[in-house]
Design a binder for this molecule. Sequence first.
Ligand code: FEO
Ligand code: CA
Ligand code: CA
Ligand code: CA
Length: 573
Amino acid sequence: MTEQQNNWKQLIQEKVSRRNFLRGMSVMGAGAAAAVALPAGVLQAAAPALVAAAAAKAQAGLAFSPIAPSTTDDIVLPEGFSYQIIIKRGDVFTKDGKTFGDNADWTGWFPIDMLEGGSSTEEGLLVVNNEYVNSLLVSNYSGEGDKTVDQINAEKNAIGFAVVHLRKVDGLWTVVTDSDYGRRFDGRTPIALSGPVAGTTVVGGATEVIGTLGNCSGGMTPWMTGLSCEENYQDYYGEDSLNEQNPAQGWQADAANVQPPEHFGWVVEIDPFTGVAKKRTALGRFRHENVAIGIGKSGKVVAYMGDDKRDEVVYKFISEAIYDASNREANLDILDSGTLYAADFSKGVWIPVVWEGNEETLGDPSKVGGYTLTSQADVLTYAAQAARALGATRTDRPEDIEIHPETGDVYIAFTNNSAHGNFHGQITRLIETDGDHESLEFGWDIFAVGGPQSGFSSPDNLIFDGAGNLWMVTDISSSSINKGIYQFQGNNSLFMLPTNGENAGKAFQFASGPLDCELTGPTWLGNDTLFLAVQHPGENSASLEELTSHWPEGGDAQPRSGVVAIVGPFNNA
Ligand code: FEO
Ligand code: CA
Ligand code: CA
Ligand code: CA
């Protein structure tokens, strides 16, 4: 297979034209009625982005009337839905007075009674990632000169992830600030390094590291822990310790507390009930977006993961041990042993990313970006270089991956890659052979294509509802939002896409976020509540005097990222 044949852009173009052809056939077979109801996608390039809301609702059998794109500085929702702010940057949420960090991303709900088999929707622990900080708002850094140690510490305190104890009182969510569970894991928290890389040379022998960084999206495990994913770690201490670095966040000004880059870029597993957190090195080190867990036919745990960087690849990890549904304790370290694989989309195979048997290729620095790899620990630490050298397909920034609750198909959001001329992204569907997550062969197709014809651009976090509909938030970057080819969508938004029936793959807009924000971290709570994070509102503000958003407090207030609960008649059980 040549590099040309394993070229993502070419593979996508082939799938899109094949999809066109198949659609054309089905329309001819089913007659004119089917043509009217065709799902959004390449065939509807000339159609308007949104038909009249009421007509769309009736046509699609939706529980809501889709909204129009908006540039309002608020969360805009369909009629009958409303939102409550749960927690926002700066709110005290622990009994020792710690405040909630900036730029909330992933949220995971742990019912307070779940260890006893309960599923409370009235009280629980919400684990929330705080991906990064807006320095203007968090440390009041003007952009001139070095940051002070105090400014750097303020930023370290506002990043990482939080365990927030929530309780519903008289129908409204309240933070239980005197809880024993409330905790923050931030840029200065000691966290164990676990699995095959722990204690090895490539991490300086460390079995514990200082801090967690770039925690973007995440995932829930069937054994009731959370997985928080370190994504853009390179901004803090650099990409690696082998090359000269100039990380963007300016924390190197606090020279006494600079940490090795190899201590970041991992998946952190958190048990919110005990506060035990471990970086799981067997899952590889790269810019982790999220983790979606499936159980294979033999009972092994399979973790799907994307490396959200231009031209990087899709991975999965298969555990060595079998998942034990009847014994939570037995699974708590199951992610420490297993095999990491990377996807070759041209052949439809999963490639083991392993040192053994690949010593000649992986031991040649010219094939692995100049790195000198000599062990499996090195391979896991520089996983992207190894995966590429072994033939994994370089793709267009894989963001969230989620598994369809009924079909088991693996949906992957490829957000965009302007370097390849892919400006609006796609959602693809990976179908494992025999429907087995442990399979090493797969097929794939395209589920939805971003662009003006479908109404959305730059898909990011995904979540299925109980009826099998896919909910998707978008991440058009702050530098592009409401401009040029991205103007059609307005602010970043939340869409619902049915996965079967005549509207499969068609995007219906449910919500629009405040100015400059990205909506992140959707999590269902029962049948009538959706937790959602509002990340980086007002990110384009040039100074505290020229703020571009005042969400949520309005007036002249600073924008505050945070988490909301959207309530209404979703009816999607
Ligand atoms: Fe932090 Fe890939 O988004
Ligand atoms: Ca983000
Ligand atoms: Ca993301
Ligand atoms: Ca993103």
